[in-house]
Structure formats: structure tokens, C-alpha cells
Design a binder for this molecule. Structure first.
Ligand code: COA
Length: 272
């Protein structure tokens, strides 16, 4: 990892790694440098044994105000090399690196979340927002489309009615509405947001890491499959998990439930 980064902070705390967009004076708008920093950090953290769960959030009043209209759009307009490099990094970390991140990821939306920032919200496994957060597909307001892959993200994540409504009107909505339309799992008052994210991270850290990784891959990837493909894929995925899991979670779970009768899988994680 090329720490210290110019535009993000990476903070590790007992298995939880906080990745914090850190341009509060620019509402954490995503500049080319921010894309390079995120691309580097997520690549390194994927292999980092200290990172069990990753929480993505923003410093100050914003989660992220989307792409930096000055540095990402205007200033790269006559610099095709920088435009291409920053576009590649932007697409890679906001989708490929997040979706394939081998540990659970939580988007904690603390404030403004506009345009391009929807991609990383959808790329994380779980998303929680402050009631007071302000979301918006503002692209249409300034004469463009939800580009990158934002239109695809909202078409996949939201109902057709909601995707079309918010993309076409550009109207902002708060964290409660984001929860209602299922852009995020749920929202809580801003004062409780950090505590809530920690609570979820701790629940995730009780699980077998191999089972968690296989679960997120399974749920994400069956979406594009038909029934037969999903059945075949999931059978192969389970075999892969059993073969690869060095903690032998499944055997332990079965034994604690069936032999010792010391444990109820319905109520929580097995004992390690
Ligand atoms: N790109 C570049 N700079 C941005 C930015 C963006 N997306 N969002 C905010 N900033 C900058 C502002 O230019 C300003 O910079 P300055 O102090 O050097 O003038 C600074 O951040 C603060 O922004 P300001 O507009 O004064 O803050 P605000 O709290 O009143 O409003 C927003 C916040 C997010 C509602 C508003 O900045 C905004 O509409 N941003 C654009 C959001 C957008 O359309 N994003 C989609 C991009 S795909």
C-alpha cells in the first residue's frame, strides 16, 4: 500500500478496516488521484490478513459528491492519457475490486451521495445510511446521463419505477427514502451510524471467513443465471468451499449441532 494517501485515509481497528474518502472540502468528489488511491488501497487490502471487514465512508459532510466535475471531467478533456488512466482506475475500484473483494464490505453513507458515488454503494455487499444523508442522481440536472455504470447499477438495484423516477427528475432523497427503495439496507440517525456499522461488522466477523466469501460470491453471481445454471453453479461453489475451507467450518457446525447438541445454527454463528 502506498500510504499515506493524498485523498483517502485507511484506518485499521481490530479486524475492521475503515477506508475514508478524505477530501471533505470538496465533498469527497472523486478526482483522478482519488481513483488511483482507491485502486491501490483496495488491491492491497484484499490481500491484507488484518482486514476482516471493510467499511467505506466519507470524511465531513459527504460520503461522496460523485465524480469531480473539475478534475475528473473538465481537466482531463484535453488530456486523453490521464482521462483513460483515471477512467480505468475509477471503473476498476468502484466495481471490479469492490465486487470481488474477498472480505465483506459495508458502505456507510454519512452525508451527500451523488451520481458516480452510487456505483460504490451498489458495489458494497451491505449499505447503511444516515437518515439525514442526501442522495441524488444529479446527472440529468447538469445535462448528462448517469454514466460510468450508474444507469446499470440503478437498473439492477432499484425497481424500474424508482430508477426511472430518480434518474429523470434528478430529485434528491434522504437516507430513509434510500432504505425504502432498497438502495441501502436501512438507515439510522447520523449520531448512531458509526455504532450501527460497527455492530454489523462484528456480526460478520463472527462468521467463518471462507463461508462468508463464498456466500457473497454466490448471491452476487446467481443474479444473472437461470434456474439450472444457478443450481449447477451453487453445487460447484459448495464443493469448492468445503475443499478450500481450512477451518472446516461446515464439519464443526454439523458436529456442534448434531453430536454435542451444544449449538443452534438458527440463532447465530458456530463456536470456533
Ligand atoms: N466535483 C467537483 N467539485 C465539487 C463537487 C463535484 N462533484 N461537489 C462539490 N464540489 C466542490 C465545490 O466546487 C466546492 O469547491 P470550492 O470550495 O473550491 O468552491 C466545494 O466542493 C464545496 O461545495 P459546495 O457546493 O459549496 O457545498 P454544498 O454543501 O453547498 O453543496 C453539494 C454540496 C454536493 C450538494 C454540491 O456541491 C453539488 O451539487 N455537487 C455536485 C454533485 C453532483 O452533481 N455530482 C455528480 C457528479 S457525477
Amino acid at each position: 500500500m502506498s500510504e499515506p494517501y493524498q485523498t483517502i485515509r485507511v484506518e485499521k481497528d481490530n479486524g475492521i478496516t475503515w477506508v475514508i474518502f478524505n477530501r471533505p472540502e470538496k465533498r469527497n468528489a472523486m478526482s483522478p488521484q482519488l481513483h488511483f488511491d482507491m485502486d491501490d488501497a483496495l488491491g492491497a487490502l484484499a490481500k491484507d490478513d488484518e482486514t476482516k471487514v471493510l467499511i467505506l465512508t466519507g470524511a465531513g459532510a459527504a460520503f461522496s459528491a460523485g465524480q469531480d466535475l473539475k478534475e475528473y471531467f473538465r481537466e482531463t478533456a484535453n488530456n486523453p492519457e490521464l482521462r483513460e488512466k483515471s477512467q480505468a482506475a475509477s471503473n476498476r475500484w468502484r466495481w471490479h475490486r469492490l465486487v470481488h473483494f474477498p472480505k465483506p464490505t459495508i458502505a456507510m453513507i454519512n452525508g451527500y451521495c451523488f451520481g458516480g458515488a452510487f456505483t460504490q454503494v451498489c458495489g458494497c455487499d451491505i449499505a447503511i445510511a444516515a437518515d439525514e444523508a442526501s442522495f441524488g442522481l444529479s446527472e440529468v440536472n447538469w445535462g448528462v446521463i448517469p454514466g460510468g455504470i450508474v444507469s446499470w447499477n440503478i437498473a439492477e438495484m432499484l425497481s424500474h419505477r424508482d430508477a426511472m423516477f430518480y434518474a429523470m427528475t434528478g430529485l434528491p432523497f434522504d437516507g430513509r427514502k434510500a432504505a425504502e427503495i432498497k438502495l441501502v439496507n436501512y438507515s439510522v440517525p447520523l449520531a448512531q451510524l458509526r455504532e450501527e456499522a460497527l455492530k454489523i461488522a462484528k456480526v460478520l466477523m463472527e462468521k467463518n471467513p471462507a463461508a462468508l466469501r463464498a456466500t457473497k460470491e454466490a448471491v452476487r453471481h446467481v443474479r444473472g443465471m437461470n434456474h439450472d445454471q444457478a443450481q449447477q453453479y451453487l453445487a460447484a461453489k459448495l464443493s469448492e468451499l468445503v475443499a478450500k475451507d481450512k477451518d472446516k467450518g461446515m464439519q464443526k457446525g454439523l458436529s456442534q449441532f448434531l453430536d454435542d447438541k451444544s449449538y443452534r445454527p438458527g440463532f447465530g454463528s458456530l463456536k470456533n
